[in-house]
Design a protein around this ligand. Sequence first.
Ligand code: ZN
Ligand code: ZN
Length: 668
Amino acid sequence: MKKVLILTAGFGEGHNAAARNLRDALEFISDEVQVEVLDLFESTYGSMNTLARSAYLNMVQYAPKLWGGVYNLLDNSKFVENRLGGFTKLKNALADILHETQPDCVVSTYPVYAHVIQELYRDYAEKPFTFITVVTDAITVNSAWYSATSDIFCVANEPTAEVMEKAGVPAAKIRSLGFPVSLQFTEEPAVPLRLPLGEEPRKILYVIGTGKKKAGKVIERLLSLANVQLTIVCGRDAELKAKLMERTSEFGERVHVLGWTNQMPKLLLTHHVVISKAGGAITQEAIAARCPMIVNQVIPGQEEGNARLIGDYKLGAVVERNREVPELIEEAFSQKAKLWQEWRKNLLRISRPDAALTLAELVLAECEHTDTSREKIKLFKPADTGLKPAGPGASAGAPRMLLCDFHIHTSYSDGKLTVPEVVDFYGRLGFDCICITDHLADPRRLIGKLARLSNMTVSEDQLGEYFEVIARERQRAWRKYGMIVMTGIEFNKDGYTKKTSAHLLGIDLKAPIDSALDLPETIAHIHAQGGLAVASHPHIMKSEWGKNTLYLWENHEKFAHLIDAWEIANRHNIFDCVGMKRLPFLGNSDFHKPKHIYSWKTLLYCEKEAEAIKECVRRNEHVSITLYRENNQLVANSPLRQATVSATTDPREIIVPSAAAMIGAHSH
Ligand code: ZN
Ligand code: ZN
């Protein structure tokens, strides 16, 4: 088994995208590789980093000129070296991780790691792994990327390779493989894009960036052009989405307004042109999709190279002012779309939609070169413990203690993490079964309508995608962590008062369920799919924002025979009434962000298999709840552990000793 460590940082969007896509490609082409993606800024600097990052994002949003200045400052290797003095914590953490995990290959998608590794291995040739830097900048490459050495530098295209060479990087070390975009770009779209000629619609994708809310006029002008169909992506700004939907409603089917989406690959593959700012990820994705790009906003510094790539190589065009966009679009499609066809031809030449796979092959080949005679410590997967006598591959018939959480929100509703991030978060902590339960609001209720507008719930038109994405992650979670991932929904039936409000979890659903059904009908549909119907937070609780939902409890005599289990604990709240009535119970996080992990969980003693798990809940035998805590001692002892604890520690090693916090709530 080969081990690859990918180091990234969540500053800007390109670094994480490159890291994730490379990981997916490695796992796709080989069963013989373990891949770990780590953001040491995240793990080492914790909440401080969150602050630094939001400061960065705010700066980019509101003061692009200022950020340009900062970026230039960073483009001075002295500055990076000096900063390294303050990076001792990061250096120690990386040293510890490299020592314990002994990877065959280390890949970095963020320039600072090369400097740290150079510090750690004064004799660079002696380091026991290959170090590959994946440069996510294009053309204007910040010198921090190459002022510390790497065994191999991978760049997105030839022009960038030339820039690196001119800066003194030996040509033999540079590989121009393309930017590792999502594997979805290698899939042919179901309906191929037709030439924008004659009556064929001109399909335009308009991605509205932050700080660019005055797009209304441009949109109207675009729609005044013949045969134009417009898809607008406006991100999480619900107010903007509502405004645009109203403003464009007269155009009917010619306009689609989307909020936040993770379907960019599909959208880029099915549109003739994308209008967007020159962000690192989207520029590379547009190139991979061979979708000509019109850049209408450039953040000075890191985005300038992306804009030059588009402009200089005629892969689209860069406009000074947003209002120039409609004219340019008109020109692009005039004269049998001459200009558009030229852009497209140039794109075909430079586009590498399968770059992630090529890069993965290079990484695997480098793994072969490393010396495998060294003794390696297996730390990428949670260690087996007494509580989990057999791994996922063992006979399914053996019951064991399973750590479960059946109430988790993601960025599909109001959670902070995406579905893949939730899977990695829980997988690393060694959970056995989780269920993702994003909010679905009832459109018949006013509060449901409001919730929808504020993007706090999954929208009806994203439900199909929601099921698809979780199904894909279910496979990955099982392969990588031996963790079962179920698809669920939290049905929000909110009334004007707490007594008329109810939240109901549908657990292990196979297909979407209409959000406008009443509670008994919803439960019937959940049961028809073999799922569990669970009453969430059924009694009075202290909540950060939500109001109490008492309807099910007020009517528990009517609902008792319909509901499979009641949350006896939700996050920090305990509902002792559920225990007193001897109703079947569960304990859940109601997870919205990482700190919510320190909350009530369910332990089930049964086979690690979806049907057995559901049956265990229904019978409610061998069910306990446990208050999840990390071993603070362990963390306090060594700051280094903070970086590795999530990747290497089975939480049950921690839970069992703290039995004092465990409620012996066996129901029989
Ligand atoms: Zn709820
Ligand atoms: Zn919830």
